[in-house]
Design a protein around this ligand. Structure first.
Ligand code: HDE
Length: 697
């Protein structure tokens, strides 16, 4: 064995690493600063702990070992009890139209002014390591670092919620999360406890329609809408209050995936959404949303069909159109997932002067919950001092001490009022936050207002505002979920609730379940209204933007592929704002018909067609003859067809198309020039194909 002391003396600089038996490695490249302990002491050796003799016991005095392991042991903090899995980005809000008539918030005053922000998207039910494409609501939380302090708009990608009163939130979440005895299923509502709770909670019916719709399986974070959900209040300079609902509208349009695709993406790329967000920002293709508001007054609130304080209801955009006031651009990925995405602490109570609350009982409960959850999650009351949470304006008060106090407050005065210091902070009655002086009176009761009692009318309105394929998907989603419910009585209770939405819908779900008995309607306080006009704004497909911007084209190649097809496709797709990814049997690429190499982005097994919006099968006859014997290639094409994608193909690819069961239709396009194919692909999926590939109940 070499003498380690001799090796130590050969160590020339910080790049040298001493391995087993005193082997000296040089790690090339860069000019590296010294590694130190947390006390700033330079570390001489980060590969070997201190021991007595070469094979002897490790010594307790090895401070750098103990410091390193202790820190590692404490690397995890409790994950969020809900919305644990998320991805985030930095960006800015730019005001494009003044809102000063209704709010004196500085962020709404100066057109053109940019306010920095941090936005976190999330799923609700799954744990941190769950898959992105679970059927779920997506969190859409924005922290605006305004000049007057932080404003957190902690919303979702659906405008309504499951419950009307915060007291029911723990029950909803316990029912949706893994069942407590067995610890599964992960990140799904398709199990008995969720549907047991839902079937016994009629107020959830409207939200169930949303969650069973394609809104719950978005194509990308940058292709989903966002909503503040509650009715908030804006207050102007004159102290006048205006009610407001906040909306985010994605510039790329709202788009979803198909359920079978979602299931398969969970396996192919569990990070599908966070990767998409990261890549888009990394490439400089910055995701963008419009911020819009629905504004209304007491008179409208009085006359509206439903209670504006009820978070299970929405105000159709046809009734109060959106007023666009600004845009959000996400232009910078986090530097560190933990320090930023994990430690960001959103609280509904974080509002600024000019923005205020209403009596929505869900919002009122949230105002307690978020602050408290951050204290347990982040270990104490000083979480606002973490860089990601610090306001970008002065933060001064007499709150002191506590775990991880990072400031060093000076002076003897840590209280108010005081006269001992000329320079300590004081409250500012003129410019500081003052709550809107709403008049409140009434008996102290545990009660829910009768104006919250209609649980079905808007659920029905939502269903009948959808296009036919979207309605079919809602029915199929109910069938899928309830088929995973083992307790038959729960399924039947749920059918009875659906019957209150519409007997036809309940019957379709019953058919899908193979249930042939009678469906007894659940009792309801208020009869379901059938006179609410359809609201096309609630449909994704009715608002579909024909574009390939931000979309991915997957091009399957093999040895013998004509490289000119790929080159032309890449060039044309770029004009559409889309990106082409090449999939080949080997990641080193395929041998083109000209003898050169066609470089690949994906190896076939890791590049399933579910990862792309549309695909091209660019094969020679010989290439297709090889790939018909490759299950991954057959599945690539078969899935693309079953997921209603537009498929471009070269003549040589026909054998693979046949093997995959592809039948000619408007979405199966021969590749001459790439333009007709790309034009067809920009129109989205081939919905007419759906009844030929999937049962419609
Ligand atoms: Fe949340 N919610 N929530 N929620 N929520 C949390 O706070 C809670 C609700 C939403 O990216 C928790 O920091 C209660 C509605 C988002 O960090 C917790 C109630 C809406 C996020 C909490 C609700 C939301 C959360 C868990 C019923 C849409 C993720 C960790 C009264 C408008 C924020 C945390 C992020 C997170 C409580 C209902 C959105 C426990 C009690 C309605 C986007 O405080």
């Amino acid at each position: 064995m070499k003498d380690v002391r001799a090796v130590q003396s050969r160590k020339k600089d910080a790049r040298d690493v001493i391995g087993a038996g005193g082997e000296l490695h040089q790690v090339a490249g860069g000019s590296h600063p010294q590694m130190t302990t947390n006390q700033g002491v330079a570390i001489g050796d980060d590969e070997n702990s201190l021991r007595s003799g070469q094979r002897g016991p490790t010594l307790l005095e090895d401070g750098s070992l103990i410091e390193k392991l202790n820190h590692f042991n404490h690397e995890r903090i409790p994950e969020r009890v809900v919305h644990a899995r998320g991805a985030a980005a930095h960006g800015y809000f730019e005001l494009t139209a003044s809102l000063a008539d209704v709010s004196n918030a500085a962020i709404f005053k100066n057109v053109g002014e940019r306010t920095p922000l941090f936005t976190r998207f999330s799923t609700v039910a799954g744990n941190m390591g769950s898959a992105d494409t679970a059927r779920d609501v997506r969190g859409f939380a924005v922290k605006f670092y305004t000049k007057e302090g932080n404003w957190d708009l902690v919303g979702n990608n659906m405008p309504v919620f499951f419950i009307q009163d915060a007291i029911k939130f723990p029950d909803l979440i316990h029912a949706a999360k893994q069942e407590p005895d067995r610890g599964f299923p992960q990140a799904q509502t398709a199990h008995d406890t969720f549907w047991d709770w839902a079937s016994l909670s009629p107020e959830s019916t409207h939200m169930l329609m949303w969650i069973m719709s394609d809104r719950a399986i978005p194509r990308a974070f940058r292709m989903m809408e966002g909503f503040g959900v509650h009715t908030f209040r804006l207050v102007n300079d004159a102290g006048k209050s205006t009610y407001v609902k906040f909306h985010w509208r994605p510039k790329l349009g709202t788009q979803s995936i198909i359920w079978d695709e979602a299931l398969k993406i969970s396996g192919s790329d569990p990070d599908f959404h966070r990767r998409d967000l990261w890549n888009a920002i990394d490439m400089g293709d910055f995701p963008e949303w419009e911020l819009a508001v629905q504004l209304f007054d007491d008179a409208f609130a009085e006359s509206f069909d439903f209670d504006v304080l009820d978070s299970t209801k929405l105000i159709p955009e046809e009734t109060i159109p959106l007023r666009v006031v600004g845009r959000m651009v996400l232009d910078r990925n986090p530097d560190n997932y933990f320090a930023e995405t994990e430690q960001v602490a959103f609280c509904t109570t974080h509002v600024v002067p000019g923005i205020d609350f209403t009596n929505d009982p869900l919002l009122q409960g949230r105002n307690q919950s978020y602050q408290d959850t951050q204290i347990i999650r982040l270990g104490g009351p000083n979480f606002a001092q973490l860089p990601i949470n610090q306001p970008k304006c002065p933060m001064r008060n007499f709150q002191r001490d506590g775990h991880m106090q990072m400031g060093i407050p000076k002076g003897r005065v840590s209280y108010s009022p005081s006269s001992l210091s000329e320079t300590t902070e004081r409250a500012d009655p003129l410019n500081g936050f003052t709550s809107f002086p709403a008049t409140e009176s009434g008996d102290k009761l545990r009660v829910r207002s009768a104006t919250f009692a209609d649980h079905y009318s808007q659920a029905r309105q939502f269903f009948f505002s959808q296009t036919e394929p979207e309605q079919n998907h809602i029915v199929s989603a109910f069938v899928f979920e309830l088929s995973k419910v083992a307790t038959e009585a729960v399924r039947l209770t749920m059918l009875g609730r659906l019957a209150n939405v519409d007997m036809g819908v309940a019957q379709r779900v019953a058919d899908g379940l193979g249930y042939e008995g009678p469906i007894p309607k659940a009792s309801a306080m208020v009869a379901t209204r059938t006179d609410l006009a359809a609201s096309p704004m609630l449909s994704i497909l009715a608002q579909f933007k024909p574009t390939l911007k931000g979309r991915l084209v997957g091009c399957l190649v093999a040895d013998g592929t004509d490289p000119a097809v790929v080159t032309a496709l890449v060039a044309e797709a770029k004009k559409h704002g889309a990106q082409v990814k090449v999939i080949a049997p080997k990641v080193g690429g395929a041998k083109g018909s000209d003898g050169g190499t066609i470089p690949a982005d994906f190896q076939l097994a890791g590049g399933s067609s579910v990862l792309f919006d549309t695909v091209v099968v660019a094969l020679s006859e010989a290439g297709a003859a090889t790939l018909v014997k490759e299950a991954a290639a057959v599945a690539f094409v078969h899935d693309a067809f079953a997921h209603l994608k537009v498929i471009g193909y070269t003549a040589g690819a026909q054998a693979l198309l046949d093997k995959a069961g592809v039948l000619a239709d408007a979405g199966v396009v021969a590749m001459g020039k790439p333009s007709p194919y790309l034009t067809a692909a920009s129109k989205g999926r081939i919905w007419a194909r759906e009844p030929t590939v999937r049962a419609v109940y």
